[in-house]
Design a binder for this molecule. Sequence first.
Ligand code: HEM
Length: 414
Amino acid sequence: MHQAAGQALDFDLTDPAVKANPYPVLARLRESQPIYWSTALKGWVLTRHADVKHVLVQPRQFSSVRIQPFLDHMRARGLDALAEVGESVTKWVVFTDPPYHTKLRPVLNQAFLPAIAGMGPFIRETVDTLLAKISDRDRFDLMEDFAVPLPTMVIVRMFGLPSGDAIRIKHWSDELASFIAGSRLDPQKAERSTHAIRAMRDYFTEAVRQRARHRGEDVISRMITFGEKAAVPFTEEEYVQTCTLLIFAGHETTTDLIGNGIYHLLRNPEQLALLRENPERIDGAIEELLRYDNPAACLVRVTLEDTAIGGQAIRKGERVFCMVLAANHDSAVFADAETLDLTRKARGSLSFGFGLHVCLGAPLARLEGRIAIPALLARFPNLKIATEDLIWRDAYVVRGITSLPVIAGARAAV
Ligand code: HEM
């Protein structure tokens, strides 16, 4: 039986006010119904840090193979058109369990992680180029002009793809996002996602075939080199879908780290001043900004057997929504959790997940944030938010601002 008391709480993540600030409603849930049956989501919503972690460390009980249940849910709403997209993304490592995950992840670690360390100079150069383009503007859009292009350009470079392809790759990825992260799917979005996944499949099939013939130092070449050596060698389809995943995962969340991060710094002037005066605090600042308002808002799992969480029976096949946003604000782990405190010592934020699926790209995201945020603040010492009337992403699994108009103010000499 699902708790009837659940209806007492007005929990609607699609409500614009809740999207703008989901923390009060998540805090109420955590206090009164930490394991809450949402009729809208048709699943259990977990808001306590301990419960979220409990689920993430037990992949054999809480499966990441969650596309099929999602497609069933969509089909019930008449969105059969998404079947092709669903089929394609089932090979994404993030949607797999062992033993298949155990095949994919080590190859990704080998192909991707060593490539990150050398990206510093390119990230710096790209940040400088983007800043140069806006340096004489009185107003600009922090997202469109800075936070969106940077991670796309970085991941395109890591893949050894032509920089001129970044715009269309970004476009496909955005169209796909309405399937992966959208909260309100309609037939038009389904069609656009299908078109995007086909275009990406064609594009990366060509890139993989080209790298198979002529290896370079890029991530795709490295993936083929390590994928061939796997106990069960990778298929072409696996390379192609992994490229699609890395492109997708590699930029949206990092964009939101920069966007959400700058937004909260500008709204917390004493914290901003602290960082400006102590730039060496940037590493801790990135961790705290991620804890405070994380781009990965919610992680979904499907229960593989009847179980219980915090005394609440959960049936086999039911979906569990792990609210990272709420876990990261749990006062059982973080004192004064609702306050942005760049000097915070407490560790334990679940911003990059935990356990088996812990984020592959965390070192890259941190590196981009460490370079991009201080450079922007240094270039614009008087930056201000132009409006509080912001539109947050229409999604409950990711959290970010679609556009952040800012006033440049007097700027630093370069
Ligand atoms: C601030 C930026 C980022 C955040 C907040 C973030 C967050 C996360 C989270 C929470 C997970 C766990 C998903 C789950 O358990 O279901 C994850 C997984 C993953 N992330 Fe990230 N991520 C970020 C940037 C990146 C970047 C730059 C890449 C690189 C391409 C990346 C690639 C991945 C991949 C491949 C996985 C799946 C790992 C697996 O299933 O074993 N992420 N990320």
